[in-house]
Design a binder for this molecule. Structure first.
Ligand code: FAD
Ligand code: SIN
Length: 522
């Protein structure tokens, strides 16, 4: 099957859907998504979306908090753009029908999270992402110019490489002509020719053994762009959320929102003692990198598998009203959070790096934009401030749409692109070749490339990854493609990028902490 569209969108989370809505009045849009339309990190976002709404908050305060969290590695121009456009973008989300909670006086009820100096997080109870995804999908489904193709897995973006023209990392006019995607119903790989393409494929938490990310987060977009010789950066800055529920056999790990700490819950040791003041004067509300490292350190020193989050002292009715999802989830495994402490452990949560883009979300490949968690805009620097990622997705999808609408009419389709050639490929009959490699990869990454790193651990990880890489490339070259095989291949590529960039960074900064290098002095 071959299809031509003005705008090809890969991914149906906040980044993909908000872009689609902005361009759909001007051309036809096809959204390709690998699972059900609503499945992705967006749906699971709990705490909310950060934006400057009322005094005493100001853009300057939010900018300062973002720069501090990013360990001064954030691009100040990008931080300024994102924060000063926050109010307008959030209002648009409200116009699209998103309901955020209000207080008795009719103002939005703003929450506070780690690293924020003001109350500025708009939320819908503790399931904000679900409400945002619902509102966006309602609008997208009602739009006559937008088609959503579920269970379609994008394998690769199309460039001049597919015309037989050699490209390498120094080629500066690589162009994107669309993408190849596997239709899981027909098992065919279809060709999508587009004038402009947006990659919005989300994160890659599944490269680790424990993650808050849904199973779709396998770094496909980043990996596709890297294979196409596009620029990828800052992959070493993987954010571990300090508080996921300790429930060993559950995957993904259930998140205990940082908003609960913003509401007054306190981190404690297994013997019921506060410990965060030892690490940072902001205590349980220090920025995420500091809290995650502190928990990791307490667990390692004491040989514990988890620490506790204590919400027992908080107003019971208000606690249940604000955090109904967390309350119900914990109750389902026998923990009444109004009376018992919650066992928590850090889990891989967010990728601060990704496909390098400029202030209009343009990647280094022409006619290709990236937005959302797969993109590296420069906003997060070495560590993301809580609840800044939903905001970043909105701002940069808006900016991508502004740029795209100015140019798409002048772009021609590339009709010479060949269809996918699967000749001679055979069906891989042994799933264990994929599942075992995935387990190995996840353990290597968790044990050697986690919260605390060292040169030796990184080297060991790279050596082991190389074996997995060779075996998987060999399998890929012979096999009829399946989603699981492609995801494994992509995750190995993500692991490689994280390790390589971590090895190149000869300092400890933000989320990258190595026992071999002292902290960078700014
Ligand atoms: P996603 O919402 O993950 O969507 C990615 C889309 O791409 C999916 O539709 C997926 O199917 C599709 N896709 C991926 N690969 C392919 C492929 N090969 N082919 C076709 N389709 C593909 N951030 C905040 O700001 N505030 C919060 O409160 C917050 N809470 C969070 C809680 C949890 C549990 C998690 C996991 C994350 C949270 N985050 C939060 C982070 C935030 O939710 C994500 O960064 C954001 O939702 C990413 O949006 P996205 O559109 O980039 O990706
Ligand atoms: C949370 O609710 O703690 C997640 C917020 C985020 O990841 O930004």
């Amino acid at each position: 099957m071959r299809k031509k569209v003005d705008f090809l969108v890969i991914g149906s989370g906040i980044a993909g859907l908000s872009f689609a809505l902005k361009v759909a009045d001007y051309g036809n849009v096809c959204i390709i998504t690998k699972s059900q339309a609503d499945e992705g990190s967006t749906k699971y976002a709990q705490g909310g979306i950060a934006a400057v709404m009322y005094t005493p908050d100001t853009y300057e305060k939010h900018i300062k908090d973002t720069m501090i969290a990013g360990d001064e590695l954030s691009d100040e121009n990008i931080v300024r753009i994102t924060i000063t456009e926050s109010t307008e973008r959030v209002k648009e989300l409200i116009e699209w029908g998103t309901n955020f909670d209000k207080n008795a006086s009719g103002q939005y009820d703003l929450a506070k999270e780690g690293g924020h100096s003001e109350f500025r997080v708009l939320h819908h109870k503790d399931n904000t992402g679900n409400e945002i995804e619902r509102a966006l999908l309602d609008n997208v489904k009602a739009h006559p110019n937008i088609e959503i193709l579920e269970n379609h897995f994008t394998v690769d973006i199309i460039t001049q490489h597919h015309l037989g023209i050699e490209v390498n990392r120094r080629t500066n006019d690589i162009k994107c002509y669309g993408a190849y995607a596997l239709n899981e119903k027909t098992n065919e790989i279809d060709t999508y020719l587009s004038k402009l393409t947006l990659i919005a494929t989300g994160g890659n938490g599944n490269v680790y053994n424990t993650t808050t990310n849904p199973v779709i987060s396998t770094g496909d977009g980043i990996s596709m762009v890297y294979r196409a010789k596009g620029k990828v950066e800052n992959m070493e800055f993987i954010q571990f959320h300090p508080t996921s529920l300790y429930n060993p056999n559950e995957k993904p790990s259930f998140l205990i929102s940082e908003a609960l700490r913003g509401f007054g819950a306190i981190l404690k040791t297994q013997d019921d003692k506060e410990f965060m003041q030892k690490y940072d004067e902001r205590g349980s509300l220090a920025s995420r990198d500091i809290v995650a490292r502190a928990i990791d350190s307490e667990m390692k020193i004491n040989g514990w598998d988890y620490v506790y989050l204590d919400a027992r002292h908080l107003n019971k009715n208000k606690l249940i009203d604000h955090f109904p999802t967390i309350y119900a989830k914990c109750l389902s495994i026998g923990i009444d959070i109004t009376r018992e402490m919650i066992p928590v452990v850090p889990s891989a949560h967010y990728n601060c790096g990704g496909i390098k883009v400029d202030e209009w979300a343009r990647s280094s490949i022409k006619n290709l934009y990236a937005s959302g968690e797969c993109a590296s805009t420069g906003l997060h620097g070495a560590n993301r401030l809580a609840s800044n990622s939903l905001l970043e997705s909105l701002v940069f999808s808006h900016r991508a749409s502004t740029d795209a609408l100015q140019k798409f009419k002048d772009i021609e389709y590339c009709n010479q692109i060949p269809d996918w050639n699967a000749e001679g490929m055979v069906l891989n009959e042994e799933m264990v070749l994929i599942t075992q490699s995935l387990k190995e990869l996840q353990l290597i990454m968790s044990n050697y490339v986690g919260i605390v790193r060292s040169d030796l651990r990184l080297k060991r990880a790279l050596d082991r990854l190389e074996i997995l890489y060779r075996e998987t490339e060999d399998l890929y070259d012979k096999s009829i493609l399946t989603v699981k095989l492609c995801e494994l291949r992509n995750l190995i590529n993500i692991g490689y990028l994280i390790i390589k960039m971590a090895m190149e960074r000869k300092e400890s900064i933000g989320l990258h902490y190595s026992i071999d290098y002292p902290r960078r002095v700014i």
